[in-house]
Ligand binder design. Structure first.
Ligand SMILES: NC(=O)c1ccc[n+]([C@@H]2O[C@H](COP(=O)([O-])OP(=O)(O)OC[C@H]3O[C@@H](n4cnc5c(N)ncnc54)[C@H](OP(=O)(O)O)[C@@H]3O)[C@@H](O)[C@H]2O)c1
Length: 247
């Protein structure tokens, strides 16, 4: 069992904003549990973290977070390693205009962007509650997007298998709206255990998610070099915002 003083669980830490957040938290002295789908990328990341911070604990867990059975398995693995978790960053995300279905036949954006953060919150809830001992308030950070402003209403009957996918302003925006709504619904209940759930929008960021035409509207791809910021800068802003929200 790992010494879980100030442990943060991060999903989607192998690239983009998640990678930068992992570096900042490691520098701040956090132990990190990294949940990713690529063993190779995770091993590389763990090696780099161990080299820079030899006295801290960094552990990798492998899961396709679009797969409910993988989520259950990985949560059990995390629970058996950590009794206390002081932060959960649900960063892993999907943006595509293609129809990808999860092994449970749930549309991919909804499975990964909405259901995975919800399931991890529930499955790690006892450890998150216990993590309050190490920090003023345990935090769960869920990654939403300004794309939710494009969503006028959600037909819940269509969430698991929408008629069209539609990329950024379609199933992606709907899944992030659902995540935002679910986070708001859980807020009060979690606060009773000292767990603060925060929904953040990192803002337009230069990552692999926004670098291809797979889900990104053409006009945003044109504006990207001018308007989108580096992941390192957005990660720094985001961590500062999370820190100032903790009471
Ligand atoms: N970039 C932006 O402008 C922007 C704006 C608003 C919100 N966001 C949100 O911020 C978060 C991070 O975005 P980003 O731009 O940094 O994305 P990114 O560069 O595409 O990184 C996404 C991360 O999620 C992981 N991932 C993808 N599918 C997964 C799966 N099925 N199971 C486990 N891990 C999976 C990726 O792993 P691999 O390395 O294996 O692919 C990667 O580590 C996302 O939730 C995104 O929706 C981003």
């Amino acid at each position: 069992m790992i010494n879980s003083k100030k442990t943060a669980v991060l999903t989607g830490s192998t690239g983009g904003i998640g990678l930068e957040i992992s570096k900042i938290l490691a520098k701040q002295g956090w132990n990190l549990a990294l949940v990713n789908r690529s063993q190779e990328k995770t091993n590389f990341q763990l090696e780099e973290l161990h080299k820079s911070h030899p006295s801290q604990e960094f552990t990798g867990f492998i899961a396709n977070l679009m797969d409910a059975s993988d989520i259950n398995r990985v949560a059990a693995e995390i629970r058996s390693e950590y009794t206390e978790i002081s932060a959960l960053y649900n960063i892993a995300g999907l943006l595509t205009d293609k129809r990808i279905m999860s092994p449970q036949n749930i549309e991919g954006h909804f499975a990964l962007n909405t259901l995975a953060p919800y399931a991890l919150t529930q499955l790690l809830r006892n450890q998150l509650g216990a993590g309050v001992r190490n920090i003023q308030q345990t935090v769960i950070v869920n990654f939403s997007s300004s794309a939710i402003n494009a969503v006028k209403e959600i037909d819940v009957r269509n969430l698991t298998n929408p008629e069209s996918i539609g990329g950024l302003m379609g199933a992606y925006a709907t899944s992030k709206t659902a995540l935002t709504a679910v986070s708001a619904l859980m807020k009060e209940e979690l606060l009773k255990d000292g767990i603060l759930i925060q929904v953040v929008d990192p803002g337009p960021t230069k990552t692999s998610m926004t670098g291809s035409s797979d889900g990104m509207p053409w006009y945003l791809l044109l504006l990207r070099p001018l308007l989108f910021k580096p992941a390192k800068l957005q990660a720094q802003r985001l961590i500062s915002a999370v820190e100032s929200a903790v009471s």
